[in-house]
Design a protein around this ligand. Structure first.
Ligand code: GLC
Length: 481
């Protein structure tokens, strides 16, 4: 099968969140399936261009029509990728190559990614790679199925298009003039793009894609409700016949406690007790906490954003570290009120709390390995990857029962049996507190039970093999093969 994957970010080139991880591992997993030919197209951001690790050759040049604009696009092939995925970058000095800083957040993001979406289709035409399926991701590539249907059909007669929602909160809104000025689609598409008098590109993608997927089964159901759908519940309910949840995997080669170069000691599911103890002591030392093997270390690696459930933690953290024998370690950056809160808490309880307000992948790995308990109380979580990283490294998750957290962390009983972690149903601080204390209780009073839980998490298959197979099923479903 010929598969084109289009995205605004992908590791190791450019990443701002989970989408970047998925765009590293999913294309590779699909490329491992015999008979598949996989192309991945990404913007050529300045930092990719300036990174000497990524060798490229120019393979095509053309102009993309965007309303009244004709914008240059250079197509660069990444020549030193070895996993079977063919990666192309779209080079535009104007939209990507000359901009400093973050991947998103510019005032003209709408135009930048409308350009990118169209340029992706033009690239496939220019390379004469007419795929059986196109898989596109989140609002940045949401215009692809609409452009395909409205303007590119004769060039892609049999191509089917899947749209994947990684987080419905970010939808790609623009004012209504965007329709004529930038998109210049035939007038009959005005209704497709319109939502409440403005342009919403995610809404259009849900309507025009052949199939819509999202990144866990529970999130696919949650999207039917106003609480989760950020205004798109009606549109998504009407499209529910073509909406499927496929829970993400993680890159189990990268996240592997037996080989991870960032770790001070290595281990697997059979010998983790010793290996993790070494990692924990080293971590406690690294972050300035007392080196105490029997004090449970609760950890979090997260963007410090409200919807990650930090409001709940703020509410209970002080009482928890005061009353319980435990340590708390947070790694991440984000909203200033949380950065301040955890910095202050660490100052107040230097023996109990450490806050590392920074972004550090090596430290993140050492935290997954050295922690005992991983906290992830997200208000909503389409899939979530770090709870899987934590389990792979033998760290027991305590999660809010939502989205992918519900699908990947079945609850254990008070003896650590029958599940992979602890969860709480209703989003409130007391219930989160209760779940944490059940976990701490198991740690303190039944260490064998706690270890059984750690082992169960480490023995799970979180690899991309299963989800890649499910993507293939949906590709076949679209094609009617
Ligand atoms: C988004 C979601 C996250 C998911 C990731 C990858 O970042 O918020 O839950 O794991 O996409 O699909």
């Amino acid at each position: 099968m010929k598969i084109a994957i289009l995205a605004s970010e992908g590791s190791p080139y450019a990443k701002s969140g989970g989408l970047g991880d998925v765009m590293e591992a999913l294309p590779a997993a699909l490329a491992r399936i015999p008979g598949n030919e996989v192309v991945l197209i990404l913007p050529y951001y300045k930092k990719i261009k300036e990174n000497p690790k990524f060798e490229t050759e120019l393979v095509a040049q053309f102009h993309v029509a965007l309303g009244w604009r004709q914008q240059y696009a250079g197509i660069l092939r990444h020549t030193n990728r070895t996993d079977g995925v063919q990666v192309y970058f779209i080079d535009s000095l104007y939209y990507f190559g000359a901009r400093e800083g973050a991947i998103y957040g510019d005032l003209d993001d709408g135009e930048r990614f409308a350009y990118f979406s169209k340029a992706c289709l033009d690239t496939l035409v220019n390379l004469n790679f007419i795929p059986d399926v196109i898989q596109c991701n989140d609002w940045q590539t949401a215009l692809v199925p609409t452009f395909l249907q409205a303007q590119y059909r004769p060039l892609f007669p049999g191509t089917k298009c899947m749209y994947t929602i990684h987080n419905v909160e970010y939808q790609g809104w623009a004012q209504s003039s965007f329709f004529d000025d930038v998109l210049a689609l035939p007038w009959e598409y005005r209704g497709t793009l319109d939502m409440s008098g403005a342009v919403n590109v995610t809404k259009a993608a849900i309507e025009t894609a052949d199939l819509v997927t999202t990144v866990s089964e529970t999130y696919a159901r949650e999207l039917m409700y106003p609480y989760y759908a950020h205004g798109l519940d009606g549109i998504l309910s009407a499209a529910s016949w073509k909406l499927t949840g496929i829970t993400n995997g993680i890159d189990t080669d990268v996240f592997n406690p037996e080989t991870d170069p960032a770790l001070p000691a290595h281990y697997n599911a059979d010998n983790f007790v010793i290996g993790k103890a070494k990692c924990k002591a080293a971590l406690q030392e690294e972050v300035g906490l007392p080196i105490n093997p029997d004090t449970p270390l609760m950890v979090m690696v997260t963007r410090l954003a409200g919807h990650k459930g930090l409001d709940l933690l703020v509410h209970i953290a002080r009482r928890l570290v005061w009353e319980e024998d435990c340590q708390l370690l947070i790694l991440g950056t984000g909203e200033p009120q949380y950065e301040h809160f955890f910095t202050e808490l660490a100052n107040e309880f230097p023996d109990r709390v450490a806050a590392k307000i920074t972004f550090n992948l090596g430290l993140a790995s050492r935290i997954y390995a050295g922690g005992d308990i991983y906290l992830m109380p997200s208000k909503s979580e389409p899939c979530g990857l770090s709870q899987m990283n934590a389990m792979r490294y033998g760290t027991v998750p305590v999660v809010h029962c939502t989205g992918g957290l519900k699908d990947t962390v079945p609850p254990a009983d008070e003896n650590g049996q029958g599940g992979l972690g602890f969860n709480f149903q209703s989003y409130n601080a007391d219930d989160f507190d209760g779940a944490i204390r059940r976990c701490l209780n198991l740690y303190h009073n039944n260490r064998e039970g706690f270890r059984a839980l750690q082992r169960a998490g480490m023995e799970q298959d979180f690899s991309w093999n299963v989800p890649a197979g499910r993507y293939m099923e949906q590709f076949h479903r679209m094609l009617g093969w």
